[in-house]
Design a protein around this ligand. Structure first.
Ligand code: BTN
Length: 304
């Protein structure tokens, strides 16, 4: 039983204390305590003719209110890394939890890099127990990139996806968002996956590394709930549908057709990107023939 259940009940319309107590199977005193906790979290809740939500915080637990996806939000003002917390929850057997934070003190990027995480950004990690073979976990990353691209487009920013997981500002090439998926396997199957997404939202670009930009720079301050809810809903509706993930990724991606250089653990692959394969790997035409790259840092090169 969590505040999420109370928020679900309130989202359906005004509710008397008795009706809430019945629905949540608690006493009236507990209902009042939880309503107090929601007010503490920034909700404005009226009490005429039943409890009614009058205003919702732009982030934090505000993301839970009216969320049309089967995720529970765990919010932290400040945390080391949402992916580290996601891993803890995953190892404890949890699923479908989203760890959300206003800032990270130890945000992690791919290849052991750090991820700049000042207050005002969006930092979240989705804890999953997916029904996927290990070779297909890359599709979760692609699904997250599609969901992020659609969510930033919904607030008025035109994105493109660079394989596998960078969401860039279209026509500009600077980075708006990055994704770090981590997973564990057991008995040849994926036991859990944590999909970490960082979006440079209400962040001064001067606080970000070169080559990055933020929503603030392009459209001003956003209500982060307006980005995170569509993102989670878009991810939720695709996560179990590989065909749809691939189709939608192709619609947003700028990598196919480009000359690319991909740094992989086995060395650099240079050639023309063709398309993704069934597992989300990138098919590349090189001088030595076609090869598939499962993971790596991808750079778009000027045409030869
Ligand atoms: C990258 O492009 O290098 C990936 C960046 C991923 C950053 C996100 S922010 C939320 C989650 N928690 C982390 O520590 N990292 C991911």
């Amino acid at each position: 039983m969590t505040l999420a259940t109370l928020l679900d009940a309130l989202a359906d319309g005004p509710r008397t204390e008795t009706a809430l107590a019945d629905r949540l199977d608690v006493d009236a005193e507990t209902v009042r305590a939880w309503i107090g906790a929601l007010r503490e979290a920034g909700f404005e809740i009226d009490r005429d003719g039943g409890y009614r939500v009058a205003d919702v915080p732009e982030y934090g637990l505000g993301v839970q209110y009216g969320l049309d996806a089967s995720f529970r939000i765990e919010f932290h003002e400040s945390i080391g890394s949402t992916n580290d917390r996601g891993r803890e929850l995953a190892e404890a057997g949890e699923r479908d939890v989203v760890v959300l934070a206003d800032r990270q003190t130890g945000g992690r990027g791919r290849e052991g890099r750090s991820w700049s995480s000042p207050p005002g950004g969006i930092y979240l990690s989705i804890v999953l127990r997916p029904d996927l073979p290990p070779a297909r976990t890359g599709l979760l990353t692609l699904a997250a990139a599609v969901a992020t691209a659609e969510a930033v487009r919904a607030v008025g920013v035109e994105p493109v996806i660079k394989w596998p997981n960078d969401v860039l500002l279209a026509g500009d090439g600077r980075k708006l968002s990055g994704i770090l998926t981590e997973s564990a396997t057991a008995g040849g199957a994926v036991e859990w996956a944590v999909v970490g997404i960082g979006v440079n939202a209400n962040v001064d670009p001067a606080a970000l590394p070169d080559g990055s930009t933020s929503l603030l720079e392009h459209i001003g301050r956003v209500r982060r709930r307006d980005v995170v809810q569509p993102l989670l809903e878009a991810f939720d509706s695709r996560r179990a549908d590989p065909e749809r993930i691939r189709t939608d990724w192709r619609r947003h991606a700028s990598t196919p057709g480009q000359r690319v250089r991909i740094e992989t653990s086995g060395g650099a692959v240079v050639g023309r990107a063709i398309d993704i394969d069934d597992d989300g790997g990138l098919r590349v035409a090189t001088d030595g023939g076609e090869t598939v790259v499962a993971a790596g840092d991808c750079e778009h090169l000027r045409p030869a």
